[in-house]
Design a protein around this ligand. Structure first.
Ligand code: 13P
Ligand code: SF4
Length: 312
């Protein structure tokens, strides 16, 4: 802890020298969340990256998030402390695959989840996050055919909530969220009968849980399908004292700090995103000292990615 504290102070001093802002996703290691100036979900991080007046953004998250920051703030230096911070979901579709899919559905509009490469965003009409996917689809005329990518579980959630029939969904998944199964939910429900569920829409269990609500097996009031930032806010508005959290484990640090009087259980205590954990304090210090690794997006791609009809 002392070592971390010294590093923390060194990093904050370096950030000040560089006029840098440190942004961290809710899944990052606790010590990274603590050193960051801002911690949030993809939507909050995009907004922060677009509005900051810092010269440098140190992005403690995964590659597509740093790329999104570079698209939104082309004049800033965007740093990713470790280039190994990828995303298995973003890797399920590339530009060529999307062009082929669009050719099969001429006239369809493309709604891309933010968990995609810049190249895929450049081929898309709308960019959404888990925090605004439903609203973005609702803003599109009812009779419009939609290609939604790349997450099939988020796609199923959007289809269910909006009631739209003409949405085609790319069959991608995040291995971390797909691994949270209905059995995990049932086990936790039996162990903590009074608890409320906070479920990320990327989870494989979201659809069976909604079916269980329809069948009367689970009370709808006990289930909330939310982005990570939505999960941080929910306990403050809820009468429940206990929560079962179906998403990546890193969020528990912020939940526990934000709501010390409430108790949080992981739906699956193996739901770790290795990509989010590669970023460490020494790597953040190194990034600030050497201004590496700079994430850039070719201006023509960035302009097309920004040019969508709505953006995260
Ligand atoms: P949020 O935007 O809800 O934080 O989700 C990001 C992510 O990578 C989910 O796996
Ligand atoms: Fe990608 Fe899944 Fe990790 Fe999120 S949790 S960054 S979707 S691999």
């Amino acid at each position: 802890a002392n070592y971390d504290q010294a590093l923390h102070e060194e990093i904050r001093a370096l950030a000040e020298e560089r006029n840098a802002v440190i942004l961290a996703h809710n899944y990052e290691r606790p010590e990274i969340q603590d050193v960051a100036h801002f911690v949030g979900d993809s939507l909050g991080l995009s907004r922060e990256a677009a509005s900051t007046d810092a010269d440098v953004i140190v992005f403690c998250g995964v590659h597509f998030m740093a790329e999104t920051a570079a698209i939104l703030s082309p004049e800033k230096i965007v740093l990713l402390p470790d280039l190994a911070a990828g995303c298995s979901l973003a890797a399920t579709i590339d530009g060529a695959q999307l062009r082929a899919w669009k050719a099969e559905h001429p006239g369809a509009v493309v709604v891309a989840y933010v968990n995609t490469t810049a190249e895929v965003k450049a081929e898309s009409d709308y960019c959404c996050t888990s925090g605004n996917a439903v609203e973005i689809v609702q803003s599109i005329p009812e009779d419009q055919e939609i290609l939604f990518l790349p997450d099939m579980f988020l796609g199923a959630h959007v289809r269910r909530v909006t009631g739209r029939k003409n949405i085609h969904v790319w069959m991608g998944e995040c291995h971390v969220h797909a691994g949270i199964d209905p059995e995990h939910i049932n086990l936790q429900r039996a162990a903590h009968p009074g608890a409320e569920f906070l479920i990320h829409p990327e989870c494989g269990c979201a659809t069976p849980v909604v079916e269980a609500i329809s069948a009367g097996a689970i009370d709808a009031r006990d289930v909330h399908i939310l982005s990570t930032e939505g999960m941080i806010k929910r306990p403050g508005d809820s009468p429940a004292a206990e929560f079962i959290v179906a998403t990546e484990l890193g969020i528990l640090h912020r939940l526990r700090r934000a709501h010390p009087s409430k108790t949080f259980y992981a739906a699956n205590d193996r739901a770790q995103c290795a990509y989010m954990k590669v970023t460490t304090l020494p790597k953040v210090r190194h990034a600030l000292e050497t201004l590496t690794h700079q994430i850039t997006v070719p201006e023509d791609v960035a302009a097309r990615a920004r040019g969508g009809r709505s953006s995260a």
